[in-house]
Structure formats: structure tokens, C-alpha cells
Design a protein around this ligand. Structure first.
Ligand code: SF4
Length: 225
């Protein structure tokens, strides 16, 4: 089995409640959404920075498993993208020899059903302002995906909301209410470099029903990948 991977590397987790932990990142190519602030670059090649190798795409399962098994002093393996759930079948075949951490846009419920071997799920909750069209359908799929990969005794699931300076506060609160029972907490993440006053007001409202933390993309401040 194979999947398109754009890069494999060690770094620190720069977002969410696990900020600062060292991870092995496996970044898949391709996404089913098209957010305006997306900074993911796509590449025909896969660079494995852990061994400075350039690989042919798609990358095979055995190679990926070997990289995971040889990783040392990491908190977890982050499956990121792009959208890793596009390759749920591939990930479900990997043996979980490390802690598995998923970074997902949470809009592919039919794929989420195929892979439940994640210990940590860092999911997105997209706001209307982030996506270009079909927001209501995207939100409906988001709720379904969170229901499948919900926070439990075996899995820690939290939700990240990327916020520009201006957004519809009432709608964000209402969308967050729709998934609050499936997550441990919310992370309100300002778009890099933007003013956070409205986000602080939103946090105050959200704290009425769930833990909500304001955490920026720390890796960007440090200038690391
Ligand atoms: S979901 Fe993530 S990878 Fe996909 S377009 Fe949006 S920001 Fe980019």
C-alpha cells in the first residue's frame, strides 16, 4: 500500500495543547478543502529529512513504518497534511509502535470510520470565513467526524479554531456548541500576526460551556518548520 507524502521530519508541535513536544511529522499531500489562509505547499517529491533522502511518490507503507520504528525521543508521530484522513486506509495499516497524533480538518467522516488508532486528535473546526463555499455541508461533516473520533478514555480529542481578526462570534459559538461534547477543550488560534481582541471576547463566551484556550502558532514565532 502507498500514499503521497510530501515530507517526513522531526520538529516541535507548534499548535494546540501539546505545543513544544518533539514529534516525528509525516506530512501527506493533498486536501479536500481550500482554506484562504492555507500555507501548505505541495510537492511531487517526498523529502525524508530524518535520513536526508529524496523518495519517489507515493511512499510505501513499509518505508513509513521503518521511519516510525526508528524514531527516538519523540512524544508522538504527527500525521499531518494536507489532509491525512484522505489516506485513512494507509494509516490504519501502520502498526502503532509510537503514540499516534492526528492533525485533521475533520470533514471526512466516512474516512474517520476506517482509522481509529489515534491516541490524540487535534481537529479543526472551520469557520464560515475560512472556506470558500459549501460551509453548511462542511459543518455537518465536521460534527459527524468529531462524533466518530470523539474524546474518550482512550483518545484525547481537542478542537482548534483558526480565527482572523473579524468573524461572526455568534455563529462560532453556535458551531462550537455543536461539538462541545466530543472534545476535551477548544483552542482559539489567531491567524498569524493578527489582532486578538475579538478572540479574547470569544474565549470569555466559550468558557461558559467549555475550556477554551487562546494559543498562537508558536513555531512561526520561533521560525521553525
Ligand atoms: S484544511 Fe488545512 S491543508 Fe486543507 S486547505 Fe485548509 S488549511 Fe490547507
Amino acid at each position: 500500500m502507498k500514499a503521497p507524502v510530501s515530507e517526513i521530519f522531526y520538529s516541535i508541535q507548534g499548535e494546540g495543547i501539546f505545543c513544544g513536544v518533539r514529534q516525528l511529522f509525516i506530512r501527506f499531500s493533498g486536501c479536500n478543502l481550500d482554506c484562504w489562509y492555507c500555507d501548505t505547499e505541495y510537492s511531487e517529491r517526498c523529502i525524508d529529512y530524518t535520513s536526508n533522502k529524496e523518495l519517489e511518490n507515493p511512499v510505501d507503507l513499509e518505508y513509513t513504518q521503518r521511519v516510525i520504528d526508528s524514531s527516538e525521543r519523540i512524544h508522538s508521530v504527527s500525521f499531518t497534511g494536507g489532509e491525512p484522513l484522505l489516506y485513512a486506509e494507509f494509516i490504519s495499516q501502520l502498526e502503532k509502535t509510537r503514540v499516534f497524533y492526528l492533525e485533521s480538518n475533520m470533514t471526512l467522516p466516512e474516512k474517520a470510520k476506517l482509522v481509529r488508532n489515534f491516541d490524540i486528535v487535534a481537529g479543526d473546526l472551520k469557520i464560515r470565513e475560512a472556506v470558500k463555499e459549501n460551509y453548511d455541508e462542511i459543518y455537518e461533516r465536521t460534527v459527524k467526524t468529531y462524533r466518530i473520533l470523539k474524546n474518550s478514555r482512550k483518545r484525547l480529542t481537542f478542537s482548534k479554531i483558526v480565527l482572523p481578526e473579524k468573524f461572526d462570534e455568534d455563529e462560532v459559538v453556535s458551531c462550537a456548541m455543536g461539538i462541545k461534547d466530543y472534545v476535551k477543550c477548544f483552542v482559539l488560534q489567531p491567524v498569524f500576526g493578527s489582532d486578538v481582541q475579538n478572540i479574547l471576547k470569544l474565549q470569555e463566551k466559550m468558557l461558559e460551556f467549555k475550556d477554551a484556550r487562546v494559543i498562537p502558532q508558536t513555531h512561526k514565532y520561533m521560525g521553525v518548520r
